[in-house]
Ligand binder design. Structure first.
Ligand SMILES: *Cc1c(COP(=O)(O)O)cnc(C)c1O
Length: 453
């Protein structure tokens, strides 16, 4: 403990810290919870109050907080080497991690480019795809197909390929143009279809129409496989991703899969693409890679893409991109140990009954009178709150109904963070079945209280 009082810390937070995605005028009026410790699925504040971590600390946590084996791996590494660069040197831990990742990522994805976070992993992916086409003599392929409601990060390239209006609006003059395809957002998709059973097909038809018109000018297509996370936990119907892969092949686009949120077990398999037997050309990994311990990311690609960058120095085929903390040994060591824990804990097998339990509980929650759509993909789910269950009329965004539910849940010892009117369920994968029940009891009760059930 710092020995500094909670009140003092709050005052200093108000004075010195600018929080992400936060209206600071509101923040400064509030009394924030200050987290000092973690233990399994729990976060503990400076006054010793415990909160169940319902969003896995921004979707990163896998094995729980302060897992002894991961702490040991980190301590052991810090006594050997804290950091050295990959610019001009190789590193023991980053080699071992790349080798291990190559064994578990979809077949053919074998070349790892390290960076620090999900946004940089996507910047790398986009630049890599663009430059690949250039080297292949297809310089006219400069654009990208993206999806509505997609989220790929907050740096300018990542925002450019994203599809969430509120993030786009302010920065539009700084962004590059993309070609946006509809996403299968059931009754909220812009195609106006109200039938979830056909929504996926209609979106795929619309995508193909765009490819017929613009495909030849596109370097790649960017997609969050199976699940659009930040867009509101929007789940693609079975077969969607497979068909997107076929369309990319047919129209000559590189398929870029953003597995920053879905990677490392979240969907019930190690990677979302594996549910559909899809191998993307480029895949971005970050959030769960080091089990939520340290910032690290990897963009992995095929020998085909990698090979296009080979050439004499003077040919200028080098991939001109890099970050200072690329391949950080501390993060790599923890990531390696985390992958061992996946095995020794049988984590993916243990996940299946918890996913089934979550489905069952969501069915119950769906009968609440202000719950509209419920969407689940493995251990990730979104519960959309609506004014009217039949028409699915949305709550006005200014009402911040999602935030209200989370504030109510907080009183019950649960920390969650909504996406607009959607309540999010995204706990550490190692959450116990009992803790999962506790989380769902709390959220269900909070939804009931706030919506006047
Ligand atoms: C969180 C996220 C990102 C951005 O990652 P950061 O580490 O926040 O930059 C990119 N893509 C997806 C799908 C994400 O969920």
């Amino acid at each position: 403990m710092s020995g500094v009082s909670t009140q003092q810390l709050r005052e200093w937070d108000r004075r010195h810290v600018w929080h992400p995605f936060t209206q600071m005028q509101e923040w400064e009026r509030d009394e924030p919870i200050i987290i000092a410790r973690g233990e399994g699925s729990w976060l503990i504040d400076t006054d010793g109050k415990r909160y169940l971590d319902g969003v896995a600390s921004m979707w990163t946590n896998v094995h729980g907080h302060c897992r002894p084996e991961l702490n040991e791996a980190l301590k052991a590494q810090v006594d050997r080497l804290e950091h050295s660069t990959l610019l001009g040197l190789a590193g023991e831990q980053s080699i071992l991690l790349a080798r291990r990742l190559a064994e578990i990522t979809p077949p053919g994805l074998e070349r790892f480019f390290y960076s620090d976070n999900g946004s940089t992993a996507m910047e790398v992916a986009v630049k890599m795809a663009f430059q690949y086409q250039l080297h292949k003599g297809r310089g006219e392929r400069r654009r990208f197909i993206t999806f509505r409601n997609a989220y790929h990060g907050d740096t300018l390239g990542a925002v450019s390929v994203g599809g969430i209006d509120i993030f786009h609006a302010t920065f539009r003059p700084l962004l590059f143009e993309t070609i946006q395809a509809p996403s299968p957002y059931c009754y909220r998709c812009e195609l106006g279809c109200l039938d979830p059973a056909t929504c996926g097909m209609r979106c795929l038809d619309a995508l193909e129409a765009l490819l017929i018109e613009h495909g030849a000018s596109c370097a790649g297509l960017v997609i969050e496989p199976l699940l659009q996370g930040a867009g509101g936990m929007i789940v693609q119907p079975p077969g969607f991703l497979r068909r997107v892969r076929e369309l990319c092949d047919h129209y000559g686009l590189l398929m870029i899969a953003d597995e920053v949120a879905t990677g490392f077990g979240r969907t019930g398999r190690m990677f979302a693409c594996q549910h559909e037997g899809v191998v993307p050309d480029i895949m971005a990994l970050s959030k769960g890679i080091a089990a939520g311990y340290l910032p690290i990311a990897a963009t992995v690609t095929t020998e085909e893409v990698y090979g296009a960058f080979m050439g004499e120095y003077a040919e200028l085929k080098t991939f001109f991109h890099g970050h200072t903390f690329t391949g950080n040994p501390l993060a790599c060591a923890v990531a390696l140990r985390s992958l061992e824990l996946f095995e020794s804990d049988g984590l993916l097998d243990a996940l299946q009954p918890k996913i089934a339990r979550l489905s069952k509980r969501l069915q119950g929650i769906s009968s609440l009178s202000h719950v509209g759509d419920i969407r689940q993909c493995g251990m990730a789910a979104g519960v959309e709150l609506v004014v009217d269950k039949k028409t699915k009329l949305a709550y006005p965004w200014e009402q911040k109904i999602g935030v209200q539910v989370c504030l109510e849940a907080r009183k019950l010892g649960i920390f969650s963070r909504p996406l607009g009117n959607t309540v999010v369920i995204f706990p550490p994968l190692a959450i116990t079945p009992e803790e999962l029940e506790l989380l769902l009891d709390g959220l269900e009760q909070a939804i009931g209280t706030v919506t006047g059930e």
